[in-house]
Design a protein around this ligand. Structure first.
Ligand SMILES: *Cc1c(COP(=O)(O)O)cnc(C)c1O
Length: 357
């Protein structure tokens, strides 16, 4: 029996993806070995690898100006690789919207790049997305599109002449994206597109040229990975395989516009449940900045929150405890969570409210 898993990450995978991986686990395409047990240089693996890359391009409708990379080190290594590869002699500008941007800022500072935090919502505990105006001539402009812990999300990206860099780890492949200003778009795949350890990086070709001009260790250099089509060394083949299954699944759902429609329906239902609770539940994020992926909220007090988590678990609903920094409750309703599952959560929330209001 599978539970309904609202974990923030790693998080639930589509059942179809898990079943397909299960079917193929002992014998991939009838070969008598699993995809994990063969060389990354074989045609069999390369087919999976390049299909996944191509499907990323199709899903986001990317022009030939962009390349797709599969890298290791999760999203967190990108906190360092971005400044290493993209900083020039100007200023790197960051918006601070929570823990994940703070970590990115910290790594860039370790590397001694010239850095400015040009907007922040720290003063109100990151409950909103601040307005920002980046300098036209910044080396790059850095944002995190969805703040996993606080449940805030950019509804549209800031307009900028500087190359925009986006950490999209927790809203990856959840909606269509206009790449107009985007120079680099990345995420760990364990929230919305697969399992942990793999980062997918979408990079514009002028940024690859910047990278090529840098004196960096090979493994930390975008241009080297691109020249080697993300097969410079042994990649995380199993994570790429699961990611490939996910990309196929997303296409089968009808692509990102369709996925977005479904994500909106799910989030609307859950926020409606919170907003119509007459103050029993309160949402954390400012309404206009609410995330469609991570719904952070709380009930009337900490004791009730703890009881909520406990009773939810007894009802086969997991992962609803808020992040330790914020407390309260959080439901992560990524792509693989169905509308039906959100309906079940809302029904549970209404029952819980009736019992304890
Ligand atoms: C989870 C997360 C990360 C960190 O991902 P790792 O793969 O653990 O390095 C970075 N950014 C955001 C927005 C995240 O949600």
């Amino acid at each position: 029996m599978r539970v309904i898993n609202f974990s923030a990450g790693p998080s639930t995978l589509p059942l179809e993806v898990l079943k397909e991986a299960q079917d193929e686990l002992l014998s991939y395409k009838g070969k008598g070995f699993s995809i994990m047990e063969i060389s990354h240089r074989t045609k069999l693996f390369e087919e999976v690898h390049f299909e996944a890359m191509q499907n990323v391009k199709s899903l986001y409708k990317l022009s030939d100006d962009y390349e797709v990379l599969f890298l290791q080190g999760g999203a967190s290594l990108q906190f360092a690789m971005v400044p290493m590869n993209l900083s020039l002699n100007g200023v790197c500008e960051y918006v601070n919207t929570g823990v994940w941007t703070k970590k990115a800022i910290k790594e860039a500072k370790i590397l001694n790049v010239n850095l400015n935090v040009v907007a922040s919502s720290e003063e109100d505990n990151f409950s909103h997305i601040p307005d920002v105006k980046f300098s036209d001539n910044a080396d790059y402009a850095y944002i995190c599109s969805n703040n996993t812990i606080y449940g805030t999300q950019y509804q549209s990206y800031p307009d900028t002449k500087a190359p925009l860099v986006v950490d999209a780890s927790s809203d990856f492949f959840s909606k269509e994206v206009d790449f107009k200003n985007i120079a680099l778009f990345y995420g760990g795949t364990q929230k919305n597109a697969g399992i942990s350890g793999l980062a997918c990086v979408i990079i514009r070709k002028d940024m690859l040229e910047r990278s090529a001009s840098k004196n960096l260790p090979s493994m930390l250099k975008y241009s080297i990975h691109n020249e080697n089509k993300s097969l410079f060394n042994t990649p995380n083949t199993f994570a790429i395989y699961i990611f490939a299954l996910e990309m196929r699944w997303l296409l089968k759902q009808g692509g990102l516009a369709k996925i977005d429609e479904n994500n909106k329906a799910k989030a609307n239902l859950l926020y409606e449940c919170i907003d119509s609770s007459e103050g029993f539940y309160t949402g954390f994020a400012r309404k206009e900045d609410r995330s469609l992926m991570n719904v952070s909220f709380k009930s009337k007090n900490a004791e009730l929150d703890a009881l909520f988590v406990k009773e939810a678990e007894a009802n086969s609903m997991l992962g609803l405890k808020g992040h330790r920094l914020l407390g309260g409750l959080r439901a992560s309703i990524y792509n693989a969570i169905t509308l039906e599952q959100v309906k079940e959560l809302c029904a549970f929330m209404n029952e819980f409210k009736k019992k304890y209001a």
